[in-house]
Ligand binder design. Structure first.
Ligand SMILES: [Zn+2]
Length: 114
């Protein structure tokens, strides 16, 4: 039999754990927002590429791995800081409005093979 006291202890531990989990995501979001403010140049290892969708400039769409769920797809050349400023690039495409397949969900990638 689990006593009322054991139950109450468990609930308390669960609340404490949830608080740590919440705090972890707050800090993670803050780190990512700071990163976006000071340095927009990501490398390939930090990006998730789309399986087949590309920016009008020819580079694959991508997003940073550490981003939050309310982030967006963008041109990988912009994210890497190598975009040609004289050509048209995609607008930011929020995850919520665009169903773009990532390279892990589907066969294929728009990642440039080196
Ligand atoms: Zn582009």
């Amino acid at each position: 039999m689990i006593s009322e006291e054991q139950y109450n202890d468990a609930v308390e531990q669960k609340d404490e754990a949830q608080e740590i989990i919440n705090q972890y995501f707050v800090e993670k979001r803050k780190r990512f927002e700071d990163r976006m403010k000071i340095n927009l140049s990501f490398n390939d290892d930090e990006l998730v590429y789309s399986a087949s969708s590309r920016c009008p400039c020819g580079h694959g769409l991508a997003y940073p791995k550490d981003c939050t769920p309310d982030h967006y797809w963008d041109c990988s050349a912009i994210l890497k800081g190598i975009a040609n400023k004289n050509v048209q690039h995609t607008a930011k495409l929020p995850f919520t409005f665009y169903d773009i397949k990532g390279e892990s969900e589907e066969r294929g990638t728009t990642r440039l093979e080196v």
